[in-house]
Design a protein around this ligand. Sequence first.
Ligand SMILES: [Zn+2]
Length: 108
Amino acid sequence: MDTNYNYEEEMAKLKAAASLSPEELAKKLEEAQRLALETMARMTPEERLRAEEEAQRIIREDEQKRKALLESAQQVLGKRTPGFCPYCGTPNSGGNFCSNCGGALNVN
Ligand SMILES: [Zn+2]
């Protein structure tokens, strides 16, 4: 485990990098990218699984929020047009479906 981050050493490296040629800089960047990939590869299967589950949980929660929003919007719209079919505008005769087009009438 390499946890002792030496600030002055890193600054010296940055200063040295500033005097590098573009080719040398590109090589340094490639090296940094390779190190990052190696760190990912070193993750245990458990760690990777947890990261994946966390991502899926966030996606699921987002879907639930969207569904709840849609449902409440439908309820509001249904209350605003209680006497008329929202699809064709035919007055509602009291049933759950439009007598003209057969569309579902949300009148709860
Ligand atoms: Zn209708």
